[in-house]
Write a protein of this length. Sequence first.
Length: 520
Amino acid sequence: MNELDQLDEMTTCRIDDGRKTVEPCSIVIFGASGDLTARKLIPALYHLFAAKQLPPLFRIIGFARREKNDSQWREELKAALHQFSRTKPVDEAVWEAFAPNLFYCQGDFSEVPAYKKLEQLLVSFGNEQLRHNLLFYLATSPSQFGEVVEQLHLAGLLHLEEKPASWQRLVVEKPFGHDLQSARQLNSELTRYAHERQVFRIDHYLGKETVQNILMFRFSNSIFEELWNRKAIDHVQITVSEKLGVGGRGGYYEEAGAIRDMFQNHLLQVMALVAMEPPVSLDAEPIRDEKVKLLKSIRALTVADVANQVVRGQYFAGMIDSQLRPGYRQETKVKSDSNVETYVAMKLFLDNWRWSGVPFFLRTGKSLPLSASEVRIQFKRTPNVLFAARCGPKLDANALTLRLQPNEGISLRFNGKVPGTSLQVRPVRMNFSYNTEFGAYTPEAYERLLLEAMAGDATLFIRRDEVETAWSIVDSIRKGWEGKALTNREFYSAGTWGPVAADDLLAQTSHVWRDPNPVS
Ligand code: BG6
C-alpha cells in the first residue's frame, strides 16, 4: 500500500458497541387485527428475526377482539407478509422458525377476564423474562390508551416501580392527540400507571436511516457545522411530497388534514434535527432536550402571521403518471365541500442566536408529482462583484441537499466553469448516494424502532414535552384558519407542485421552491 492509499484508508467507528443487549421479552400488540400489524409490525419483526437481531427468546402476542386462534392468526400474517415484506420471496424456513412465537389472545380492551387470559398466556411460556419483560404496543385508537393502560395496571402486568430484573414499556402510535389539550390528556392517561421513561411515542420518520444520519452528518464533520448558521445560510427548505392521494383514508384525513398528519410530527422532527444545537452527549435525553429547545424557539404565529406565512392547499382532479386522479372532495368519506388541507406550506423563523432572521420554508402535500423528502440548505449569494456582478441572479447560490427518500444521499451544488474557450459558468453537483456507496439497504423504519424500544433506548421516540410543544405550534396555526374557507389560490391540480399561494409565499422575499429531483 503506498502512502497516499494509507492516508485514504477508511476506518469505521462503531458507536453502539456498549449498547444494551435486547433481553428476552414478550411483545403484546393491542389492536392486532389492524393494518399496521399486518403491513408493518410483523414484517419488521420477521426481518429482525431473520437478521438474528431479536433476543434468543421472544414471544409476540396479538390482542384483539375478533375470534380466532393462534394458527388462524399465523396464516393471516403469513399471507400479509407475502404481500408486504420488503424482501421477496419470503424465506419459508425463516417463517417456519418465526411463526411458532406468534400467539393470539382474543379479548375486549375493557374486559378484566381478557387481561387475565393474557397473563395466563404469559405465564404459560414458562420463563420469568418472557412473563415480566413486556413491550405493550398500542396500535389502537388513542381513545383506548387510557383503558388499556389502566387494565394492564389492574392486572398486575404494568408496574410503575420498575423492578431491576424486569421492565414494561408502552409503545404508542400516532395520532397522538388532535391538539394540545387532547395530547396532554393522553399523556396524563399514559403516565398514570407508567413513568415517562416507559413511554415510547413513535414517529416513524425517526426510524428512517437518513433522518438519523442528519445528526451524524452535522456533528461528525467540521466543514458543514462551521457554516450551519445565519452567517452562511440564506434559508432552508424542507419538502415532504407524496404522489399518493388520501385514497381509502378519507375519513381519518377529514379529521387530521396535512397539518396534523404530517407537519405536527414528521416535518417538525426533521426540522428539529436539522436546526438543533449540538447535544452534550449522544444519549436520549440530551438529544431530546435540544430538539425541544429548538421547537420552543419557533416564533409564535399570531392569526395575522398565519394569514401571511402559512398556506393551505387541497387537490382537485388531475393527471399523475398519465392517469386521472380524483380530487380530494371526490374521495370516499370526504365531504363534498370539505375545506380540509391536503397540502400545507409555511415560513417559520427561529428566535435563537444561530438562526435569527433565517426563514425556514416547510411544505408537504398529497397528490404531488412525486414522492420525495428532502432538506435543502440554501447558502447566501456571493458579494455582487466579479462573477455575480456579471451574471446577476443567473449565478446560482450554493446549496446542500439532504435527500431523505428516495435515492437517499447528499448533494452539494456549486458553480463551475463550462470547459471551453468561452467564459461560462453553471452549477455542478457533487453527489453522495447511499446505494452507490453502501449498496442498496433500506431497512423499514419499524425494524429500527421496535429494536430500540426492546432495548429501552428512547432516542428515536418523542418525549412528552416534545409532542406538546409541537401541538402548541399546530394549534396556533389552526386558530388562524378557523372559520376561513380555502381560497381559489389554495387549490391545486393533482400532479402539480401545490397551490399558487405557496409560490406567492416565497415570492414575497424573492425566493422560489426548489422541487426535489431524486434521480440526480
Ligand atoms: C404517515 C401519514 O405518518 O406518513 C401518511 O399518516 C403518510 O399520510 C406517511 O403517507 C408517509 O410516510 P413515508 O414513510 O411513506 O414517507
